[in-house]
Design a protein around this ligand. Structure first.
Ligand code: FES
Ligand code: FES
Length: 162
């Protein structure tokens, strides 16, 4: 970690969804704000801003992290992936996204990017989880709309499709 004065601007360079990007910001800037305000990656949502709701979840070097609990500076030089990385270049939804659509697993969609990024990481490490394991990961995400039944159905469909 670089040492900087709190009033000094820092230049942060990282790989975002496979593309090298760079922008200046304040040392205290959170990763979620850097993604949204400096890099125009607005698919990452910000809710509670203290690590509870999960909607800001992104991946750094493949691991799901709360971007509201991560300084932008901590992502310097690293591989950051957001929900914008999931669909193909032609806009075709990936398997997990398609399962969400099939099962009406979103209403307002505010929670959805974080859930997708958490499970993209989790299912890459554990492609055949139990229902309890799915529920445990989902417990890290708050959805105000769906009652979670559609989300669980989507997750189970995505797991069964492998
Ligand atoms: S906004 Fe990051 S966990 Fe809620
Ligand atoms: S779909 Fe609205 S918060 Fe989850």
């Amino acid at each position: 970690m670089r040492r900087v004065n709190k009033d000094q601007k820092v230049r942060i360079s990282l790989t975002l969804n496979g593309r090298k990007v760079s922008a200046e910001t304040e040392p205290r800037t959170l990763l979620c704000d850097f993604l949204r305000h400096s890099l125009a990656a607005t698919g990452t949502h910000v809710g509670c801003e203290h690590g509870v709701c999960g909607c800001c979840t992104v991946q750094i070097d493949g691991a799901a992290v709360r971007s509201c609990l991560t300084l932008a500076m901590q992502a310097e030089g690293r591989d950051v992936r957001t929900v914008e990385s999931l669909a193909g270049p032609d806009g075709k939804l990936n398997k997990l996204q398609q399962a969400f659509q099939n099962n009406h697993a979103l209403q307002c969609g505010f929670c959805t990017p974080g859930i997708l990024m958490s499970f993209t990481d989790f299912l890459s490490r554990n492609p055949k989880p139990t229902e309890d394991e799915l529920r445990e990961v989902l417990s890290g995400h708050i959805c105000r709309c769906t009652g979670y039944a559609g989300i669980m159905a989507a997750l189970k469909e995505a797991v069964a499709a492998d």
